[in-house]
Design a protein around this ligand. Structure first.
Ligand code: NAP
Ligand code: MG
Length: 498
């Protein structure tokens, strides 16, 4: 089967985790490649529709019969704590694998692995400390509000931050007592498989987690439509999110949708420039801009604009773009050549609409740059906020910059977007910061910092940026059904038996 992929034999094929069994998928054979060099790092058969059916039936069986849902919260928590511990023990090899899977710099993948461990730890504690309520009684009864697991839930994830985005869904889903079916992005399947292995090693009953890599339009779609799947937690693009919401509407199935963004960053006249320049560079160019919360639209007070842009351009040109294995690298390649082409088309469109490229706008050349899908940090000015690249998500290292004169006009431009995921504000004036933070439409606002995350703080978007929230102590409730129970305490029968 592998003859068309030279140098590899059947023993190299990755096994999938399907209903408690590790075996190759029965879907099409494909390769996962290292975006920095194009080398093959994994060969696997995708899941097939039959594999999806087996995984979901197996998850349903495990939910009903493994006893996981009936375990006491502190007993489920103990397994989640062990998962966190095993992730930490294997942190370096997981970080290296993630680097190979999607080409992110090693400094970043180490942080993502650490955050995945933190996520399991956090939801272990959310699980064992979750309280149900005795509600105020308004009659001769005791009333309570309790939570139960849903059954089989699905996690569908994108390629830009594997392990961290998977952990954010798997940890609360398992903590709540569910079985979970994971559909990682086809091009980055390796970390979800490792996570499933670690879950089993930590003592999670078999069948409670399955991992089904494959094409979203086939595998993701089947999972979403399946009658036994009671909830989908999705992270990805807005158009796929809308499609999932439509399927969910037919099933009356709750979903959470973490979608795209075109987040404004605002620099006021009185900002601390050292902090603002560093924050804006980090906000757009970290993760090569392949980040839903990338600060991709920059508004700078006109009095500061030229000076700020000069410093920004110099900073962008000094960024260390290169080998993801080097801990000093700040920006690696894009995830694939085809994604780089999409970024290039947007830059071209920006120029056609009148934009001027201040730096970047091209592939770097020579050495590793000629093999991987690298692209230079790019800054474009001279466009109105209505231009295509000010409105559409590029998901790459491209920043558009706009001067502003008036704060009210700035706010209406910042909010003139279908997206409302994040915003950044740089100012020394806390009152202005507070007023702006209230005025911008966004699920997440950073003041004098950017792209900081905490598992303890809910995350999500408004408008086309999504629906629902992940993270936070109450994130576990997203994966539970609420039930009200009334215990009659009346001495007399209800006044019906005369
Ligand atoms: P995508 O194309 O929407 O894919 C996300 C996941 O959905 C992948 O696993 C994909 O499978 C699957 N999928 C595709 N079509 C499907 C369908 N019809 N039914 C069910 N599942 C389907 O997004 P992407 O290109 O991987 O990632 C980039 C997008 O994600 C950006 O828009 C970005 O802003 C967004 N994002 C949002 C957040 C957030 O938290 N708000 C975080 C990260 C990324 P394939 O493997 O076939 O693609
Ligand atoms: Mg995609």
């Amino acid at each position: 089967m592998l003859k068309e992929i030279s140098g590899l034999n059947d023993s190299c094929i990755k096994q999938l985790c399907i209903a408690g069994t590790w075996r190759p998928g029965t879907g099409p054979l494909y390769e996962s490649r290292y975006p920095a060099t194009g080398e093959v790092v994994g060969v696997l058969n995708a899941a097939s529709p039959e594999d999806v059916e087996e995984a979901i039936q197996g998850a349903h069986d495990a939910f009903l019969h493994s006893g996981w849902a009936q375990r006491k919260p502190h007993e489920r928590a103990a397994v989640l704590y062990r998962i966190a511990q095993l992730i930490r023990e294997e942190a370096e090899s997981l970080a290296q694998l993630q680097r190979l899977d999607n080409g992110k710099p090693i400094s970043e993948t180490r942080a993502l692995v650490a955050s995945a461990a933190g996520t399991f730890q956090f939801f272990a504690s959310a699980c064992e400390t979750l309280e149900e309520a005795i509600t105020p009684s308004r009659g001769d009864y005791l009333s309570m509000s309790i939570y139960e697991p849903m059954g089989v839930v699905a996690a569908i994830t994108p390629w830009n931050s594997p392990i961290a985005s998977e952990a954010q869904k798997i940890a609360p889903a398992l903590a709540a007592g569910n079985a979970v079916v994971v559909k990682p992005a086809e091009i980055t399947p390796l970390l979800a498989l490792e996570l499933a292995r670690i879950c089993e090693q930590a003592g999670l009953p078999k069948g409670l987690i399955s991992v089904l890599p494959g094409k979203g339009s086939v595998i993701g779609d089947l999972i979403t439509r399946h009658p036994l799947v009671r909830r989908v937690s999705f992270t990805g693009g807005t158009s796929v999110g809308r499609h999932i919401a439509q399927i969910a509407a037919d099933k009356f199935m709750p979903v959470s949708l973490e979608l795209g963004g075109k987040s404004p960053t605002i620099v006021l006249e009185d900002a601390d420039l050292d902090h603002a320049v560093a924050g804006v560079l980090y906000g757009i160019f970290s993760s090569s801009g392949e980040s839903c919360i990338a600060g991709s639209r920059l508004f700078v007070a006109r009095s500061l604009y030229d000076q700020f842009l000069q410093r920004l351009v110099r900073g962008a040109e000094q960024l260390r773009v290169g080998d993801p294995a080097d801990p000093a690298t700040q920006m690696g390649p894009l995830v694939s050549n085809s994604h780089r082409e999409s970024v290039e088309r947007y830059v071209q469109k920006g120029v056609e609409e009148g934009g001027r490229i201040l730096t970047g706008g091209a592939r770097p050349a020579g050495g590793i740059y000629d093999r991987g899908s690298f692209y230079r940090p790019t800054i474009i000015e001279g466009l109105e906020n209505t231009a295509t690249i000010c409105q559409e998500e590029i998901f790459g290292p491209v920043l558009v910059t706009l001067p502003f004169d008036d704060v009210d006009d700035l706010v209406s431009q910042a909010n003139d977007s279908v997206y409302a995921l994040a915003a950044g504000i740089w100012t020394r004036d806390y009152k202005k910061a507070w007023r702006l933070a209230q005025a911008v439409k966004a699920g997440n606002v950073w003041i004098n910092t950017y792209k900081q995350f905490s598992i303890s703080t809910p995350f999500g978007g408004w408008r086309d940026s999504g629906l629902g929230r992940e993270k936070g102590r109450l994130g576990i409730l997203q994966y539970m059904e609420q039930k009200s129970v009334y215990w009659g305490l009346n001495e007399q029968p209800l006044p019906w038996a005369n």
